[in-house]
Design a protein. Structure first.
Length: 451
């Protein structure tokens, strides 16, 4: 990184950043209070509240959102007449999954092979630290040239919509000229990237019933309709022979325009086993950023251990559908439910219930904020030009903010590059990326103020 005062300040702050991220990662802030103590999430919210107050933020508040979780808000005034920028991150995290699969404990930040490992280190507690670093660097080099609002969500990973509904009920709270969502990531380490599209999503539970109760498979199997077998057929109908998503009436032929994703690189990033084929058609970028993708997230059925010789009377699954930009998530939900019901065999009784939904997002990359970000990235990443990538995941708040504040320019950056392995075991963050992106954000705020 070329030497400049902002970069030098961020570099000097990295030991403190590691200490702070260590403290944040230690909170088991999974917003599923049936599995994890509410105190863990509330402790993380208090930590962020204290951090904002220590940086001179005003109106710092813990917001009780309608889904029973907490978000943290603060306002840092800038010069009179300055623009306002909203900085977003979330402190809730995914469950650690199989703790035995972690090389080190998931809620302890551990440095290994040049990376910092721990749940939430990249997604998205590292984003909280990134915002703090950027603001501290500006304060040490002439001051923060814009009004800054910070909002840190407490339930993004659960998709329960608490902050979206709170923002809709308090539309003046998050008004801004530009919004930086610190919850995406570079296409690869060292390649500065803004995420210009997000797929939307819908979650649907499908339940199938065929019998009043389970039956002995020897006495009744062969004629009695098996609910689990019916469910398997329904779920199989959601994919074409090549693995492409095949929901009746849902388009899957759109193409991605932007940075391309080499198949070999994708196989390595996804850790696809040797000899196993990728699924779908078109380029990798088409498949993961521009087209719908169905995933069976879970099935309620007897485990192998302890299974009995029974014909199953009932079976249930949770199905996720990622929705391509340009497709309405509500319409996609209807198509998915209709498909599941239409493909249920043998006259079995079927019920579908939507349990979550978020709209896709497409940014206006021609806006002045994107020019300011490109200039900042060129300094923080010498010799590299800003790239545009999509993201297969969803950030429902983006569309809420775009709807509430149609004039605001929305940019997505962050620490979740492929090596970070977010949502998986052994999640990690690159400290070099944290440093460079903190410099990027600081320079962006300066550039945007001057524009």
């Amino acid at each position: 990184m070329s030497s400049n005062p902002v970069a030098e300040t961020v570099a000097s702050l990295m030991p403190r950043a590691k200490e702070e991220l260590t403290e944040l990662v230690a909170f088991k802030s999974v917003a599923d209070f049936d599995q994890f103590a509410r105190d863990e999430s509330e402790g993380a919210a208090r930590w962020i509240t204290d951090a904002l107050r220590a940086e001179g933020f005003q109106d710092v508040a813990v917001l009780d959102t309608p889904d029973g979780t907490q978000s943290v808000y603060g306002f840092l005034p800038g010069p009179e007449g300055a623009k306002t920028v909203l900085l977003y991150a979330h402190y809730d995290v995914q469950p650690p999954l199989d703790e035995a699969g972690w090389t080190t404990p998931p809620f302890e930040l551990v440095e290994r092979d040049g990376r910092w490992y721990g749940r939430g280190s990249a997604d998205c507690k590292g984003g909280v630290v990134m915002h703090l670093l950027a603001l501290r660097a500006l304060k040490a080099n002439g001051g923060v040239p814009v009004h800054v609002k910070v909002i840190v969500e407490g339930s993004e990973e659960q998709g329960t919509g608490g902050l979206e509904r709170y923002a809709e009920q308090h539309p003046d709270l998050l008004t801004a000229d530009a919004i930086v969502i610190g919850d995406s990531g570079n296409f690869r380490v060292g390649l500065p990237t803004v995420t210009s599209t997000l797929r939307g999503m819908t979650l649907v539970q499908v339940a199938i019933d065929t019998l009043e109760g389970n039956l002995h498979s020897g006495q009744f199997g062969g004629a009695a309709p098996d609910a689990l077998a019916a469910l398997i057929r329904v779920l199989d109908s959601l994919r074409a022979e090549d693995g492409s998503t095949a929901v009746d009436g849902l388009s899957s032929e759109t193409h991605w325009e932007g940075v391309e994703y080499a198949q070999d690189q994708f196989r390595a990033d996804a850790k696809v086993l040797d000899g196993v084929e990728l699924i779908g058609s078109g380029s990798v970028a088409d498949r993961i950023w521009a087209r719908p993708a169905v995933t069976v997230l879970g099935i309620d059925c007897p485990p192998v251990v302890g299974a009995t010789p029974s014909v199953q009377a009932s079976a249930r699954a949770l199905v996720s559908l990622r929705v391509a930009p340009g497709t309405d998530a509500a319409e996609a939900t209807k198509l998915l439910q209709t498909h599941l019901e239409a493909h249920t065999p043998w006259g079995a009784r079927v019920r579908t219930v939507q349990v979550g939904q978020g709209q896709a997002f497409r940014a206006d990359t021609s806006s002045p904020a994107y020019a300011a970000m490109a200039e900042a990235m060129a300094v923080a990443y010498p010799g590299e030009e800003m790239q545009y990538a999509g993201q297969g995941g969803s950030i429902p708040l983006c569309n809420t903010l775009a709807s509430l504040y149609p004039q605001a320019e929305i940019l997505l950056i962050g620490l979740s590059e492929p090596e970070a392995q977010i949502h998986a075991v052994n999640e990690s963050v690159s400290p070099e990326e944290l440093e460079r992106l903190s410099v990027t954000e600081a320079l962006f705020l300066r550039n945007y103020a001057a524009g």
